[in-house]
Design a protein around this ligand. Sequence first.
Ligand SMILES: [Zn+2]
Length: 326
Amino acid sequence: MPFADIAGHERIVEVFRRSVRSGKVSHSYIFEGIPGCGRRKTALALIQAIFCRAVDDDACGVCPSCRKITGGNHGDIHFVEPLPDKRDISIDQLRDIQRELSLRPYEAPRKACILEPAERMSVNAANSLLKTLEEPPGNAIIILLTENADMLLPTIRSRCQLIRFSPLSPENIRLLLVKNGMTADAAGLLAPLSAGSMHRACELDNDTLSARREALVTHLSALDIGRIRTIFDSAEELAGNRDEALESLDQLLSFARDAVYLHAGCSDIVNTTIRPALESFAARCTLAGALQILGDITETRRAVQRNANNKLALDCLFMKLAEAIA
Ligand SMILES: [Zn+2]
């Protein structure tokens, strides 16, 4: 895909454009970031731009080389990942790829290799890669994808250029989901809960989240510090098991963030489908109150993650929420 199709990593893309244009692309990179944030897509876009002869700092997207890469069948790009029944990338796999990279490219100016997840190389495999990273055979480009570069051997890190990818913004995720054919409503619901990862966004269950969002909105609007039942009922219904409680808290966190935005006069919120409910929620508390709620939800989330009793944690949180909007 051309660089223009990479969402949310404009600064990184700009650096790569310049490197490709000036012919100064490194031999070896580490792309660090959470799965689903666009590391692999960017790696392929970079390789496509290097291979494409039609444009000097990008991929044209239509030449035979570009089309083969898009179709996943370019003979000069190699992928290394753990074999289906194995946890780690083995030294044998590394030896095979080193042999492959030392051969002449079929059609591209150089060969390329994407290795993922790099932190799953055995120590022997990683050590065998050192020489290749230092002097890549045939000018090959090697891109290691990892969640955490600190988990790689220092000797590997020092031989590669480290590129850090941030999680995608909810807005980027929303646009990508819509582009992939999701309805605007579903994308608006999932995007704030995806933690910046398209993988996570695609794993979330839209119907369940949609039902929970309705329940949250109903309970929030009924919360009344003078009627204790409204507090306990909310916690009772939304606590569920640990994962469900965390999903409820993630949604609440996203609502609270929007309430703070609305208070600050910024109408650019992520939960656009429930805007009226959020506006009336924001109107019921002060800006300081909304910020306090944000902190309370974050603290509750942490407690539930540390195995606190879900129901008690949510009782306590809804009590604080009811006070803030009294
Ligand atoms: Zn091309």
